[in-house]
Design a protein around this ligand. Structure first.
Ligand code: GLA
Length: 370
């Protein structure tokens, strides 16, 4: 990737870049659609990323070696993510200098592996270094989140930006979205992370996502709590008796039970209880399918196929849903057999050919002088 970026740089600009930054995509192990409800999440930054070559200049000039479609899915162009980051920095009274930048990415487009968060963090890490802004990885995540919610205008939670900025090599990141405290969570020895990309485009993902955000807010109001983080199953039943509609009830039930599953998965990972890990991932998927209604047949059938494959500990959809990827935890050493068996059964459903690959939990965004 760096080589392609350097070639593009040489074709576009005179003289060398001064910094190289990178920011990873992420996969969420559990805690889906909980972040904007002040809940719990367990994502991991992955070893697929956006790489950026940069240099201070007289005016901004951003080019891309290869523009993944995903970066465009919420708006007219990928540059607007960079412009939104600049605007978010300026809104804090900071002065990011104009830069020339070449970006490249090996994150699959439109798959829900957070290529937009990675793009934001690659730019922010560059500005932080070139402009001497002195922001921590937590601050950078916060700026990226503001860029996305206030300047791009999508009401996402903070999970993707925090994972891309604060990821820890070899660990997932447990984040409490109420306190914004996080800590690394090591996977048990012998467990590998696999991504199963259905390559089903995430049609209407942004509008349906916003619809879920509103449904949750409505349910919280009906229960009488500031956010669904504060709701219990008992309070939820009470609200149902008092007239909360079925959709609101099921959305809230997903969020309340999913928060419980995050804690339970932390324990199961800690105890290396493979059976319990598998059970929790299955329950999470089922809740996202039945109660939250963000899966599509491709995701359901992919999970079904993966679960029967050799070496599989557990599998579920990951990210916002409506298409995109599943995640599986598998026994180290079983990847080839797992992939062959999963591909074999999934093929029988007749969807487009999926992309199945192993990833490792990686460090968050960084920037170095070049
Ligand atoms: C998208 C959003 C995140 C989170 C997930 C669902 O990735 O960007 O903030 O809400 O969906 O868990």
């Amino acid at each position: 990737m760096l080589q392609n970026a350097l070639e593009r740089w040489a074709a576009r600009f005179d003289g060398p870049p001064t910094v190289v930054s990178q920011a990873p995509g992420r996969v969420n192990l559990i805690g889906e659609h909980t972040d904007y409800n002040e809940g719990l999440v367990l994502p991991a930054a992955i070893d697929l990323n956006v790489v950026l070559l940069g240099r201070e200049a007289d005016e901004d000039d951003f080019v891309s070696v290869q523009v993944p479609d995903s970066i465009d899915y919420r708006g007219p162009g990928w540059r607007r993510y960079a412009q939104a980051c600049r605007a978010a920095l300026e809104a804090r009274g900071l002065k990011p200098p104009p830069i020339q930048a070449v970006v490249d990415s090996n994150l699959p487009g439109g798959s829900g592996l957070s290529s937009s968060a990675a793009l934001e963090l690659a730019f922010l890490a560059c500005w932080n270094q070139v402009g001497g802004l002195g922001l921590s990885s937590f601050d950078l995540a916060e700026v990226a989140w503001q860029a996305e919610t206030e300047f791009v205008g999508v009401k996402v939670g903070r999970m993707d930006q925090m994972a891309s900025s604060m990821g820890v090599e070899g660990s997932a990141l447990f984040i409490d979205m109420r306190t914004l405290e996080s800590r690394p969570c090591r996977l048990p020895d012998g467990v590998e992370i696999v991504i199963l990309d259905t390559r089903k485009p995430r049609a209407l993902a942004a509008s349906k996502y916003n619809e879920r955000v509103e449904e949750c807010a409505r349910a919280a109001a009906a229960i009488g709590v500031p956010s669904l983080r504060d709701a219990s199953l008992e309070a939820l039943e009470g609200a149902r008796l008092a007239g909360l509609d079925d959709v609101g009830y099921r959305r809230a039930r997903h969020v309340v039970t999913e928060n419980g599953r995050v804690i339970a998965l932390l324990d199961a990972l800690d105890a290396n209880n493979r059976r319990q890990i598998g059970r929790l991932l299955a329950e999470s998927h089922e809740s996202l399918r039945g109660d939250y209604e963000v899966t599509v047949p491709e995701l359901d059938d992919m999970v079904r196929s993966a679960r029967m494959a050799p070496g599989c500990i557990g599998a579920r959809m990951t990210g916002a849903g409506f298409g995109g990827c599943c995640v599986a935890l598998i026994e180290t050493g079983s990847f080839q057999d797992f992939k062959a068996a999963t591909t074999g059964s999934y093929d029988m459903y007749g969807y487009v050919k999926p992309d199945i690959f192993a990833v490792t939990a990686s460090a968050g965004a960084s920037c170095q002088w070049y």
